[in-house]
Design a protein around this ligand. Structure first.
Ligand code: 6LW
Length: 558
C-alpha cells in the first residue's frame, strides 16, 4: 500500500529534520535526556520507516549526566554534502529561568549508520541550529538566538554565521537575518535554495497548540526576507477537530520526481489537551504555486488553500491547514516495507535492540549486563527515580494509546531501599511504577508507587505479599488515559494490582514550564543503599492493541 498514514513516526519523535540522499529518506528527531542521542529513521517510500541510526552513543559525543528533565538533545539538523553527513545538535544544559545554556555541536559521518565522529563545539548563542550548504560550496550555520535581557523578546530571531569545513569552526560575524513574524517564538530555522530564492522555514507560535510553520524568502542570503502571503503555511491553531494538533517545526525534502514533502511535528491528545505520547512526526505533500510560494497540497480547508477572492492575506491565522492524518498519496516510489519493530525481547542478544533507550547514561557493564546470566537482562540497582545522574533504567517509547507491556523478573530485595519492576515513565516528576521491594515484617511485597507532578504516593492500601523467592510476572495494560497493573507467578493466571491509575499526568502539558518528551514504558532497579542489588528480567513484551482509540493502523502501512 503506497499511502502515508500520519504520524509516520509515532510516539516521542519531535522536531523532524528530513533529508533525501539518492533514493534514501532520513528523518532525525530530538531525544532530550534519553540515550542514544538523536534517532534517525530511514525510508525509501515515505510510508515505511525504521530506526536506521542513533548516532550519539558515547559520552564523548553527549554527556547527559545532570541534565535537567527535557534538557539534552533538542532539534537536531541532518544534512548531506560532498559525501559527508552532517549532524548538528544542541545539548541543552539549562532551560528554565532567564537563561538557557545551549551548546551546539557538529558531528559527521560518511554513512548515516556511522561511525559518527566526536563532535566539535560551534557556538552556544541559542538552540535549533541548522546547517545550510549553499551552491557556491560555502556552509552556513543558522540558529535562533536566545535574548535573556529584561524587556526583550527572548526569541531574538534567526542568526547566521559561516562554517568553515577546512577550519572545522565558525568564521566571520553572526548576522541576524530574520526577526520572525507576529506569531513569535521564532525557532527551528532551515534554509533551502530554489529558483534563485533563499527560502527560510521556521517554527513559530511555540511548540504547543499555537504551533506553526512560517516561510519567508529572499534573493539574498542575508535578506531582507519577505514572509509568505498566506503565512503560516502550516498550523492546527483554531482547528481543535484536527487529529494532528501542535503542527509546526517543519523541514522539507524533494523527491527524485520533483515532488516536495514537509516533515512536521504534531501531537495527538489522549484526552482533552493532554498528549501522553509526546510530540510525533507527520508528513504532508506540498506544491509550489505560480508565484514561487510553497503550499500544502489542497486539503479540506485552511492555510494550504488559495485565498478566496477578496480574502485578507494571512487570514485570521485561525484557519487551520490541511493537516490530515488521513491518506496523503505518496509518490510512485517502490513500496519498501521493513520488518516490524520487535515487540518481544528475550534478552538473548549481546546488545539491546533499537527500541531501547537509557536515561542520561549509555548502557555499561557496571549496571547492565546481558551476559552475566545468559538469556536475562540483569539490571543492578542504582539511584532513585528522582536522580538526574545514574538511573538503572531501560525503556521504549509508548507509541499507541492502547497497549500492554509484560515482563518476568527474578528479584530478591533485602530491604525497602531495594526496588525493581515495570514502569511508565515521563520524567523524574511523573511516573507510575509497579515495583517489588522488601518491607520489615512482611518480606518481599509488590506495590504501586507514583510520583505525580513531583508528589510521591503509594497507591495500594496494603502491599501484596509475594513468596520470598521465584520469578514474578508483571503486566501493564494501558487504555488511553489509565493503566491497570497485573501480576502472577509463571504457573498462575493474571491477578489485578489495585484499580486503574490515571496517567494523564504523564504528558507534555502537566508541567510548568512546558516539557518536551513523552511516555516511556520500561524496566528499572533501584538500590538506595548503594550495594547494586541485581534484578534479572527474562523477557519484555510490548503489544499494541487496535481500536478506536489508536487510529494509527500500523498494519495498513505494510
Ligand atoms: C525545539 C523547538 C521546538 O528546540 O521545541 O517545537 C523545542 N519546537 O524548535 C524542543 O523540542
Amino acid at each position: 500500500m503506497n499511502t502515508i498514514i500520519n504520524p509516520v513516526l509515532r510516539g516521542f519523535n519531535p522536531d523532524p529534520s528530513i533529508l533525501r540522499v539518492g533514493e534514501d529518506y532520513y528523518i532525525a528527531t530530538s531525544t532530550f535526556e534519553w540515550y542514544p542521542g538523536v534517532q534517525i529513521h530511514h525510508s525509501r517510500d515515505l510510508v515505511h520507516w525504521r530506526v536506521a541510526a542513533r548516532p550519539l552513543d558515547r559520552p564523548s559525543q553527549l554527556d547527559l549526566i545532570g541534565n535537567p528533565d527535557s534538557g539534552g538533545v533538542w532539534a537536531p539538523a541532518l544534512s548531506y554534502a560532498d559525501g559527508v553527513f552532517y549532524l548538528i545538535y544542541t545539548d541543552v544544559k539549562s532551560r528554565t529561568g532567564a537563561f538557557k545554556d545551549t551548546p551546539n555541536y557538529l558531528a559527521t559521518a560518511s554513512s548515516v549508520e556511522g561511525p559518527w565522529s566526536d563532535p566539535v563545539h560551534l557556538n552556544s548563542s541559542g538552540f535549533d541550529p541548522s546547517l545550510f550548504h549553499d551552491e557556491d560550496g560555502r556552509k552556513w550555520l543558522l540558529n535562533m538566538i536566545w535574548d535573556f535581557r529584561k524587556g526583550r523578546n527572548p526569541f531574538g530571531g534567526i542568526v547566521i554565521q559561516e562554517y568553515s569545513a577546512p577550519k572545522n569552526r565558525l568564521v566571520g560575524p553572526a548576522v541576524r537575518i530574520f526577526a520572525g513574524t507576529e506569531l513569535g517564538y521564532t525557532e527551528g530555522p532551515h534554509l533551502y535554495k530554489r529558483g534563485g530564492y533563499y527560502y527560510l522555514l521556521t517554527a513559530e507560535g511555540g511548540t504547543k497548540y499555537e504551533h506553526a510553520a512560517t516561510l519567508a524568502r529572499s534573493k539574498f542570503l542575508f535578506g531582507p526576507y519577505e514572509v509568505h502571503p498566506d503565512n503560516p503555511i502550516l498550523t492546527s491553531l483554531g482547528r481543535p477537530e484536527l487529529p494532528l494538533q501542535k503542527a509546526g517545526h517543519a523541514s522539507l525534502a524533494e523527491t527524485p520526481a520533483g515532488e516536495w514533502y514537509m516533515a512536521h511535528l504534531c501531537a495527538r491528545p489522549a484526552a482533552g489537551r493532554f498528549c501522553t505520547l509526546g510530540r510525533e512526526t507527520a508528513l504532508q505533500r506540498c506544491r509550489w504555486d505560480e508565484d514561487g510560494w510553497l503550499r500544502l497540497e489542497r486539503g479540506d480547508a485552511g492555510q494550504g488553500r488559495e485565498r478566496e477572492e477578496g480574502e485578507e492575506a494571512g487570514g485570521s491565522g485561525a484557519s487551520g491547514p490541511a493537516v490530515p492524518r488521513e491518506l496523503v498519496r505518496a509518490p510512485d516510489l517502490p513500496a519498501y516495507p521493513f520488518d516490524p519493530d520487535p515487540q518481544r525481547d528475550d534478552f538473548d542478544e549481546p546488545r539491546l535492540g533499537v527500541q531501547w533507550n537509557t536515561l542520561r547514561i549509555p548502557p555499561s557493564t557496571d549496571w547492565l549486563s546481558l551476559d552475566e546470566r545468559p538469556g536475562y537482562l540483569r539490571l543492578k540497582g542504582m539511584e532513585s527515580l528522582s536522580s538526574k545522574h545514574r538511573q538503572s533504567l531501560i525503556a521504549r517509547r509508548q507509541q499507541a494509546f492502547r497497549c500492554e507491556a509484560e515482563t518476568e523478573v527474578e528479584f530478591e530485595p533485602a530491604h525497602f531501599q531495594q526496588m525493581a519492576g515495570l514502569i511508565l515513565y515521563y520524567d523524574t516528576e511523573d511516573y507510575v511504577y509497579l515495583r517489588i521491594t522488601h518491607l520489615e515484617g512482611a518480606g518481599r511485597v509488590l506495590g504501586i508507587i507514583r510520583t505525580k507532578r513531583g508528589e510521591y504516593d503509594e497507591l495500594l492500601e496494603a502491599e501484596i505479599p509475594l513468596p520470598d523467592t521465584g520469578p514474578i510476572r508483571l503486566k501493564a495494560a494501558v487504555e488511553r488515559v489509565s493503566v491497570r497493573f497485573f501480576y502472577t507467578d509463571p504457573e498462575s493466571d493474571w491477578k489485578p494490582v489495585g484499580q486503574p491509575v490515571d496517567i494523564l499526568h504523564l504528558s507534555d502539558e502537566c508541567a510548568v514550564p512546558l516539557r518536551f518528551t513523552g511516555t516511556f514504558i520500561g524496566l528499572c532497579a533501584q538500590d538506595l543503599d548503594g550495594t547494586r542489588k541485581a534484578a534479572d528480567f527474562d523477557y519484555f513484551e510490548y503489544r499494541e492493541l487496535q481500536g478506536e482509540t489508536d487510529e494509527s493502523s500500523r498494519s495498513a502501512m505494510r
